[in-house]
Design a protein around this ligand. Structure first.
Ligand SMILES: [Zn+2]
Ligand SMILES: [Zn+2]
Ligand SMILES: [Zn+2]
Length: 508
């Protein structure tokens, strides 16, 4: 007897699927859509697969956080740490509760647990686990109706992978061969290569409500949404409901195509073009790419000097190295040096990439090193001076997370009574003893509350939940401005120091 397929709830009533000349299929608005409106919501995406490190600290079922909170600063003080229990069958996946384990077992894990156990301590990479799970569920007739066919109709770009004949083509071959054995499928290796190609070009990065990468997520319908660097919508994954949504960033007109960005669209044009070609095999012809002299966030083009391009390249390398560096001070120094060489040229406003990304990484690294005050100053620069230019919509999800980060850092300093160790901050009297601190926190939290009004996503829920939990004082605008003034003076000094190497903040 065949099992009943998993239930699936999808709401797409405000879109039409149409063919367009340049990009093949695309999704179009069937009526006017307001900013922040949900365009598509998919309750159980076809594929959800955690990155290997996340298997250790994330519940396999509810995707809640585990006890070894690795998370980036955005998530500190979000929810109680939960103790995760490892599955005693495979020792690979972990759960926060018996309920989660039971749910997961019934829906997917009973099909794969013995395979994971057989391979342990080796753990399959997320894309192989994703395909193996897809094939096992298909064999057990547990896939939502029609979704396998929809998936198989997606583009795989297999010929392009093959003609490129690089490392990735080799990987696809290896993964297909392995999967044939693991999933004991009668599909040919050729078909399995197709399946991997489709997965690689059509999946999205699954992110937490705070935009930490968790793994990958795919649904054939969401895969129809095309890319533009000048996007009008964004992808959201709500961990609490497992819901994959496409949300309008701006008002969208009837018959306008719905487009999201597959990459970091704040990067310079040549970086975006290369990334899109490497990963998705197309040259972007969006309005931002074709009209890049005026559309790059109002930043004048870099002078066509090779000197500037070399500095830019070096700074991107430093950013990549900082992201990989697991030491305490290494990433801080790399970011600070990258920031320094860019700013020294005089050609990099604070929001031109990769300067903005280096500062974002610096904030993360400073928090990891316990330098909370300095992290606050840089997070403040990001929130006040960079985001409004780089991400123009006030409710842009990344901007909201950055504002949240400022609030979380202020709260940590205030409630843990941390005293500043960094000189400029001591000088300006930004201390946790200040009563005005609570005003600052309250004022910003109010601002954030207004921006998530009518939003039912996990992030908005967390913001509201935390707001209700804390005591509030009446916000006095004068006091807020006084405190903000101190932060401003402090940021000015720190920004000036970045121009001189060896004196920027903690690098001294
Ligand atoms: Zn759970
Ligand atoms: Zn297991
Ligand atoms: Zn573009």
């Amino acid at each position: 007897m065949a099992h009943r397929a998993l239930e699936q709830h999808i709401s797409v009533d405000i879109t039409n699927k149409k063919r367009c000349d340049e990009t093949g299929w695309g999704l179009y608005a069937s009526r006017k859509i307001a900013a922040r409106e949900a365009i598509i919501s998919i309750e159980r995406p076809l594929v959800i697969s955690l990155d290997i490190p996340r298997l250790k600290d994330t519940c396999y079922e509810c995707l809640g956080y585990g006890s070894e909170a690795y998370r980036k600063p955005e998530t500190i003080a979000w929810e109680e740490d939960k103790k995760l229990q490892v599955c005693t069958g495979c020792h690979v996946v972990r759960y926060c509760s018996k309920e989660c384990q039971t749910l997961s077992w019934k829906s997917v894990h009973k099909h794969e647990c013995s395979l994971f156990a057989r391979l342990h301590p080796n753990i399959l990479p997320n894309n192989v686990r994703a395909v193996v799970q897809l094939l096992l569920l298909r064999k057990a007739v547990r896939l939502p109706r029609g979704e396998w066919d929809d998936f198989m109709n997606l583009e795989s770009h297999l010929q392009q992978w093959e003609s490129r004949n690089g490392r990735q083509w080799e990987d696809i071959g290896l993964m297909a061969r392995g999967t044939k054995e693991y999933a004991e499928t009668n599909l040919s290796e050729e078909t399995l290569r197709e399946v991997f190609g489709k997965l690689l070009v059509n999946c999205f990065t699954m992110v937490s409500p705070f935009y930490d990468p968790l793994g990958l997520v795919l649904h054939p319908l969401a895969a129809l949404v095309n890319h533009s660097c000048n996007y009008n919508a964004f992808v959201r994954f709500d961990t609490s409901s497992h819901c994959l949504s496409i949300i309008a960033l701006r008002p969208i007109a009837r018959d306008e195509q719905i487009v999201v960005s597959y990459i970091d669209a704040t990067n310079p044009r040549h970086v975006r073009q290369k990334e899109l070609q490497d990963k998705y095999f197309f040259d972007c012809a969006c309005s931002k790419c074709s009209d890049y002299v005026t559309k790059e966030e109002g930043v004048p083009q870099l002078p066509e000097s090779s000197e500037h391009l070399l500095v830019e390249q070096r700074a991107f390398e430093l950013l990549a190295a900082a992201q990989k560096d697991t030491s305490i001070t290494g990433p801080i120094q790399k970011c600070q040096y990258g920031i320094h060489i860019l700013r020294k040229t005089g050609a990099w406003p604070l929001h031109r990439q990769p300067l903005a990304s280096l500062r974002q990484q610096l904030v993360v690294s400073l928090i990891a090193a316990g330098q909370i005050h300095l992290a606050l100053v840089h997070a403040w620069i990001q929130y006040q001076s960079i985001d409004p230019k780089l991400l123009t919509e006030k409710h842009h999800p990344i901007r909201l997370v950055h504002l949240w980060l400022v609030i979380v850092l202020l709260k940590r300093i205030y409630f843990d009574s941390l005293s500043p160790t960094d000189l400029p901050i001591q000088k300006y009297g930004i201390t946790s003893k200040s009563i005005i601190y609570t005003n600052l926190i309250d004022h910003l939290h109010w601002a954030l509350m207004r921006r998530v009004e009518h939003d039912d996503g996990t992030f908005a829920q967390v913001v509201r939940h935390q707001f209700i939990q804390q005591a509030h004082s009446a916000v006095k605008m004068d006091d807020f401005l006084k405190e903000a003034e101190k932060l401003k003076a402090c940021t000015t000094e720190i920004l000036e120091k970045e121009l001189v190497w060896g004196e920027s903040g903690a690098a001294a």
